[in-house]
Design a protein around this ligand. Structure first.
Ligand code: URA
Length: 211
């Protein structure tokens, strides 16, 4: 199986991402930019959503028109806490999506992902799931999230991030070659602390104004 990586290099995304990367960008601006980029990513990630036709009446005529299949509501699973930034943007475009959360933190020494929270909507097994987390760094959190979700057997899974490190992509696809990655950019490498270089720093801290 050819593992899929979609780098969504739309000029608007690239411009906004550069603004996010700048160290001097404020928390408020960072949040707004992440939301805006998430809307643009959502557009690309949902390109293959199934449609049904419905008979409707326009003011002029009756017609069969496409609608999203009502029984196929998406589930967006946010990896806490930075995933919330992408979730907010995606929900603006898809307000009926169901939402799940996975709380994972990185052990600072081993960089492994440790779960502290898990809650997803019922009937995930019938649904298409988008897992969102801005940074695909070592890949450990993304792998842990997919491991957990695969155990409930969703209809499909996609992983959506803002930045990916080549090491993270490789590690993730060594475990889950069937899960496509959608990212706004693929950066150079990871540093010795597991940060993406050049990256944008700690996405959660920049989003929430913590340190
Ligand atoms: N998580 C972040 O927030 N930033 C990185 O560079 C890597 C992981």
């Amino acid at each position: 199986m050819q593992a899929e990586v979609h780098a969504i290099d739309h000029p608007l995304i690239q411009h906004k991402l550069t603004l996010m990367r700048k160290a001097e960008t404020s928390t408020a601006k960072f949040r707004t930019l992440l939301k805006e980029i998430s809307l643009l990513l959502a557009y690309e990630v949902t390109r293959d959503l199934p449609l049904k036709t419905e008979q409707i009446d326009t003011p002029i005529a009756s017609t069969n028109a496409p609608m999203l299949a009502p029984d196929k509501k998406l589930v967006i699973v946010s990896i806490l806490r930075a995933g919330q930034g992408i979730l907010d943007g995606m929900l603006e475009l898809m307000p009926s999506a169901r939402v799940g959360h996975i709380g994972l933190y990185r052990d600072p020494k081993t960089l492994t992902a440790i779960e502290y929270y898990f809650k997803v909507p019922d009937e995930v097994e019938k649904r298409d799931v988008l897992i969102v987390d801005p940074m695909l760094a070592t890949g450990n959190s993304a792998i842990a999230a997919v491991d957990r979700l695969k155990a409930i057997n969703p209809n499909s899974l996609k992983f959506v991030c803002l930045l990916a490190a080549p090491e993270g992509i490789k590690h993730f696809h060594s475990q889950h070659p069937d899960v496509p990655i959608y990212t706004a950019a693929i950066d150079d490498r990871l540093d010795e602390h597991g940060y993406i270089v050049p990256g944008l720093g700690d996405a959660g801290d920049r989003l929430f104004g913590t340190r």
